[in-house]
Design a protein around this ligand. Structure first.
Ligand code: ADP
Length: 237
């Protein structure tokens, strides 16, 4: 099958955010166009939170034009990071819904934006050779810090675009297979968690990730479905 992700690659030295750049060119570029920058000056996480993107990390966005809207594209990003890290000997898991963690720290974040029938922008940041910014100390980690090795950003990008291509194909053909893998890799299942769902705070046992991508919590014996939220692991009460 012809490769879609990375069939066109735009390389930038510095940009405000690869997602913003991707949005500005989305209409003109083909499905699967990959935009990668050496540095982002205003990288973003969810809700406009800052994503620190110094030189040495992999900061990229992909323009996807599958002809439908599916927020499970966020998992295409997360699973691809997990497979890429495995290629380089690092075991990781999904911190539902949009982060990848290794040993309790965030190594990558995924940000889905501009979800529309015309195009969706999948942004992804992976800490590769960059040291953790001081302000994130105990919360973030990079491939370099985990292994003591400096990696070829091109080699990591090649692996990432290979896996994204595969998972994007699976999302289109068999989204349930994608969700099976998500369930397998979501390490918060079976853990006691606190979730901020908008303004609401919910505390319970994470029991499942449903096929639509939502998280199922057991809150004092009744099941509650969470569409999106900030999750943190809590000790058992
Ligand atoms: P979360 O999903 O954890 O709530 P977001 O998707 O909102 O996170 O991403 C923004 C947050 O990620 C920031 O508030 C900060 O804590 C963290 N962060 C910022 N830059 C990095 C980075 N390079 N590596 C790991 N974590 C980061």
């Amino acid at each position: 099958m012809e490769k879609v992700i990375g069939r066109k690659v735009i390389r930038l030295e510095e940009v405000s955010s690869t997602n913003d750049y991707a949005k500005s060119v989305a209409r003109e570029v083909p499905d699967g166009t990959l935009i990668v920058a050496r540095r982002q000056t205003s990288g973003r996480g969810r809700l406009g939170r800052r994503w620190l993107s110094p030189e040495g990390g992999l900061w990229l966005s992909v323009v996807l034009k599958p002809g439908f809207v599916d927020t499970r594209m966020v998992f295409v990003g997360a699973l691809s990071v997990i497979d890429t890290l495995a290629d380089f000997g690092i075991v990781s898991g999904i911190k539902w819904p949009n982060d990848v963690w290794v040993a309790g720290r965030k190594i990558a974040g995924v940000l889905l934006e501009a979800k529309g029938a015309e195009y969706t922008i999948l942004g992804l940041g992976l800490n590769v050779n960059n040291p953790t910014p001081r302000e994130l100390e105990d919360r973030a980690v990079s491939m370099f810090e985990l292994t003591g090795n400096i990696f070829s950003l091109d080699a990591v990008l090649k692996s990432l675009s290979f896996h994204m291509d595969a998972w994007y194909g699976i999302l289109k053909e068999d989204p349930f297979l994608l969700m099976e893998k998500v369930r397998e890799r979501t390490f918060i299942l079976g853990r006691f968690v606190e979730v901020f769902d908008g303004d609401e705070r919910v505390v319970g046992m994470a029991v499942d990730v449903l096929d639509d991508g939502s998280l199922l919590l057991n809150v004092g014996g009744s099941l509650k479905r969470i569409l999106y939220g900030d999750v943190s692991i809590r000790p058992l009460p």
